[in-house]
Design a protein around this ligand. Structure first.
Ligand code: FAD
Length: 562
């Protein structure tokens, strides 16, 4: 079976392990990265040399509330999808309770389960989804669509005081690319398809969607649309909101069909309303996305900048120029140090090259503790790649940076989907880490960054921890960019309270400095407290009105977003 969560009794659908990221048997190791443990010790005081101190408990040590699914509802759902596709086993229900934020991981390891879905149901067709949606209304159930379970904003968990039966609707059996319109350059894809399912099927015919979030290996198309996701190559391919041309969403009164057209002037955009709806408006069964021919050439080059300010200015200049890279990313000095610390030890020729480079930069007058690592991606014809690399090289030079070739970019590309395993490892050793991301106009990025740093450091002090905060710019736009912050600290027994203080400080700073509450992770429960400040109170009332009228009995993932 494809299942990786352990022995579950459902159908052959891929899931992540119940207690952390990814698949069983894959984990982060630092033995071959000698600079990593000292970096962590210096930055947050956590000793990685010691044995794991807070490893996940055995599954059978958990106290999981019993399923409340009535036999009447069980039979009714079984009639729709078949008995084997209505699952009430504990492991299955736990896998479907939370996403993968640090709050989720701490709760799941800490045996904190105020409310768990009563059943997981696996439809295989849109008409089965429609019958389940009808059953949700008929029996007054709570229905929570489940994609890959990778969100980090609390957009899956049932509300703690939910008294009705809760059904998690796992979309994993709807995982096929249905059709590619080669002339129209769009593909119809089922919503439960995970990143690798999609790319394998498209690549086999010479196409790519170009959506590669860091969670690519375990997230789904439906989840991407429902959270307004953004992938690493968004500078070229767009965010999921740009890629989504059409879709089908099942509602109690029928299927909403947004036909795939390049652009439409048909009143307020229904397509946009469904994007980011987090399961509250209905169940997305199919999405028509724009696709691209697999690029002839694809390269990620690495650059170094003498300072963060220089790196940011260079990214802005690239966004304003005629250059059209697929990735623009620059890490601040702390994240740069972390990147070097997670690299394997350089030996032989590469060690000599590294030493030579450092000497060269010192001679140029760089303070190496301020140096910032950047990756810029290029995709397209050989000519396009070559022209763009030249355009970027000029801008980098103008901002005092230097190119350091393909090597680091190749490594980054290979290991980017492994990075999430690091957080589980860190948690095993008593460290809590999570992320907050925003977007803001170019003019506001630097003041926002400065204030986020100050706010996070005040919060660390308030909770009495030695905290680490680091950042990178990802996803550039004509008018601004996304700033992505990672924060970490050695947590105490009150890890969730400590996390809340730090998270709040950072999110408050986003709003105060003109950024948005989230550029691509969505709202869920986690970001809902800031939504009114972000979209204005009348704006929030408008959104609430839409959700209330679309779901008057609150059957569809209630409590999320607003
Ligand atoms: P789930 O977590 O299963 O669900 C998310 C929400 O969507 C829920 O409200 C759910 O009810 C709803 N939903 C799911 N499927 C449907 C459907 N078919 N119909 C209606 N509603 C549905 N996000 C990014 O955008 N970019 C990144 O680079 C990125 N990197 C990440 C890295 C890590 C390590 C982690 C843990 C998360 C990351 N995320 C990232 C966040 C997350 O992967 C995204 O939010 C993703 O879009 C969630 O997809 P999913 O299939 O896992 O959805």
């Amino acid at each position: 079976p494809k299942t990786t969560a352990g022995a579950v009794d459902g159908p052959d659908v891929k899931h992540m392990k119940w207690w952390g990221w990814g698949v069983e048997g894959t984990a982060f190791h630092h033995e071959d990265k000698p600079a990593f443990a000292p970096f962590v010790k210096k930055m947050v005081g956590v000793d990685l040399g010691s044995d794991a101190i807070t490893a996940a408990p055995a599954f059978d040590e958990l106290d999981i509330p019993a399923s409340r699914l009535s036999s009447e509802v069980a039979s009714s759902l079984s009639l729709v999808v078949g008995e084997g596709n209505v699952v009430t086993g504990d492991l299955e229900r736990v896998v479907h309770t939370y996403g993968k934020s640090i709050r989720d991981l701490i709760r799941i390891r800490g045996n904190i389960f105020p409310r768990v879905p009563d059943a997981v149901v696996y439809p295989a067709t849109e008409s089965e989804v429609a019958k389940i949606v009808a059953a949700a209304v008929e029996y007054d159930l709570v229905l929570i669509p489940f994609g890959g379970g990778s969100n980090i904003v609390g957009s899956l968990e049932p509300m703690p005081d939910e008294e009705r039966m809760v059904v998690s609707l796992d979309m994993g059996r709807l995982d096929r690319v249905l059709d590619i319109d080669e002339d129209g350059r769009v593909a119809r894809i089922q919503a439960g398809a995970q990143g690798p399912d999609i790319e394998e099927q498209l690549n086999a015919k010479g196409w790519t969607m170009g959506h590669f979030p860091d969670s690519f290996t375990h997230s789904t198309l439906g989840g991407w649309v429902a959270t307004r996701s953004s992938g690493m190559q968004s500078d070229k391919f767009g965010d999921i909101a740009d890629m989504t041309k059409g879709l089908r969403m099942v509602r109690p009164d029928g299927v909403v069909v947004i036909r795939a057209v390049p652009s439409a002037s048909t009143g307020p955009s229904l397509r946009e309303m469904i994007l980011g709806s987090e399961g509250r408006l209905g169940v997305i069964t199919e999405v028509t996305v724009q696709v691209h021919r697999i690029p002839e050439q694809r390269e990620i080059l690495a650059y170094l900048f003498p300072t963060w300010e220089a790196g940011l200015a260079a990214m802005q200049a690239i966004a304003e120029s005629d250059a059209n890279p697929s990735v623009t990313r620059v890490s601040n000095e702390i994240e740069t140090e972390m990147s070097f610390a997670t690299s394997k030890e350089s030996k032989g020729v590469s060690a000599l090259v590294m030493q030579g480079l450092q000497r060269f930069l010192k001679v140029k007058g760089w303070d190496l503790t301020k140096m910032c690592l950047s990756f810029i991606g290029y995709e397209g014809s050989e000519e396009h790649v070559s022209i763009n690399q030249k355009l970027v090289a000029k801008i980098v030079k103008k901002h005092g940076g230097i190119g350091v070739g393909k090597g680091p970019g190749v490594l980054y590309d290979q290991k980017k989907f492994d990075t999430p395993y690091l957080r589980d490892f860190f948690l095993d050793h008593g460290g809590a880490a999570d992320v907050s991301e925003t977007s803001a106009p170019w003019s506001k990025l630097l003041p926002l960054y400065t204030e986020v740093y100050a706010a996070a450091n005040r919060a660390f002090e308030k909770v009495g921890v030695q905290g680490l905060i680091m950042a990178h710019l990802s996803h550039s736009y004509h008018s601004g960019a996304c700033l992505y912050f990672t924060f970490a600290f050695e947590h105490g027994d009150n890890a969730l309270e400590q996390y809340d203080v730090v998270k709040k400080a950072i999110q408050d700073a986003f709003i105060q400095e003109g950024g948005t509450v989230s550029h691509h992770h969505g709202v869920g429960l986690e970001h809902a407290p800031w939504l009114g400040q972000d979209v204005s109170l009348p704006g929030l009332a408008l959104m609430q009105g839409l959700l209330d009228s679309a779901d008057p009995k609150r059957n569809f993932n209630p409590g999320k977003v607003t």
